[in-house]
Ligand binder design. Structure first.
Ligand SMILES: Nc1ncnc2c1ncn2[C@@H]1O[C@H](COP(=O)(O)OP(=O)(O)OP(=O)(O)O)[C@@H](O)[C@H]1O
Length: 323
């Protein structure tokens, strides 16, 4: 599988009265064609900042300071505004946080999907309506419901409409940003199963942003774990579950209950995420890390590939020189 998206050394700051907050610091990862990549981390660790940076939708006081975001050979950070406008939505579609509330209450769901197709593609209204009906069926909604208004739909159905909208222009990449927040657990599971099914059937590439580790491990092919603006571990889901190397990743796994193993001891990670304006020197996790050493304060550990496809940013993985 080839890479569809390459994020290279992306750094995004927010200006604050106390100085810049580095919400994404030197972030690098790739998304393969047809894969679902989970981007996971505690609230405030920079997940949405990365999503907005990929689409260059960071607004003041935010600023992309450096890095590249390559989609199909085009660097979106340096692309002209007009070029980028065509790429947004048509090539990269977003299912936003609380997607079900993103629908306009005064238009029918069908008209909203039709409008998004007509805005980006040179098709007739009749063709757009046909495609809308097909999209509704694809997400498990009777095509006759295109004339319904959002208030006539349940939360789960509105979520399905948001997915249909994201699919409306056959994007190469979908970014789902905590999009099932606010749904009950059962509906959330149905929507997630639908996304997984669509990803496999349509060979879609999806970045699934979430703070829900069990959700991400249940459907994603690979997982990038963020801590305080940095990716600290990135590997296949299997590797993360069986051989997580970063103490923060291990802490996250230990803090997650396992329904199949009710005897598992669940332990939380002491402390809290640091202020991103004045993060600790060196490793940002060191204040909370049970394996902390003096040298952890000296330099920011680089994200190293410790075995094929498994990347970790921890001094413990850097070899004998640092012991
Ligand atoms: N408008 C802003 N002004 C100043 N700082 C901001 C702003 N937006 C975000 N930040 C900073 O960037 C950090 C990352 O925010 P971001 O929303 O990307 O995190 P997140 O991981 O997506 O969180 P959540 O899961 O809560 O959505 C925050 O902790 C905050 O310090």
């Amino acid at each position: 599988m080839g890479d569809i998206l390459t994020v290279k050394n992306l750094t995004t700051h927010y200006t604050t009265p106390d100085g810049p907050a580095e919400a994404a610091g030197d972030v690098s990862f790739t998304v393969k064609k047809g894969e679902m990549l989970g981007l996971i981390g505690e609230s405030g660790c920079g997940k949405s900042t990365i999503a907005s940076s990929i689409l260059r939708l960071i607004e003041y006081p935010g600023k992309i300071v450096s890095g590249e975001v390559i989609l199909d050979g085009i660097d979106l950070i340096r692309a002209k505004d007009k070029e980028l406008e065509k790429i947004r939505w048509k090539d990269i579609a977003v299912i936003p946080q609380s997607a079900m509330n993103s629908l306009n209450p005064v238009y029918t769901v069908g008209d909203q999907i039709i409008e998004s197709i007509l805005l980006h593609e040179d098709v007739t209204k009749k063709e757009a309506l046909e495609r809308t009906k097909n999209l509704l069926e694809l997400v498990g909604i009777d095509k006759g419901r295109w004339k319904s208004y959002p208030h006539e739909f349940s939360g789960g159905m509105k979520q399905r409409v948001a997915i249909a909208m994201a699919l409306s222009c056959n994007p190469k990449l979908i970014i789902s940003d905590e999009s099932t927040t606010g749904l009950d657990v059962l509906t959330q599971a149905q929507v997630i199963a639908l996304m997984k099914d669509l990803q496999e059937r349509l060979d879609l590439s999806i970045i699934m942003i979430s703070h829900d580790l069990p959700l991400v491990t249940s459907i994603c092919d690979r997982i990038a774990i963020m801590y305080a603006g940095k990716i600290i571990e990135w590997a296949s889901t299997k590797e993360i579950l069986e051989d997580a190397r970063h103490p923060y990743s291990q802490g996250l796994l230990n803090a997650t209950p396992d329904l199949l193993n009710p005897d598992k001891e669940v332990t939380s990670i002491p402390g809290s995420v640091p202020n991103l304006v004045h993060p600790p020197s060196g490793c940002r996790f060191r204040d909370r890390c049970q394996f902390v050493m003096e040298s952890c304060a000296e330099k920011i550990p680089p994200l190293l590939e410790i075995k094929e496809g498994h990347h970790v940013a921890c001094i413990l993985e850097e070899g004998d020189d640092n012991e």
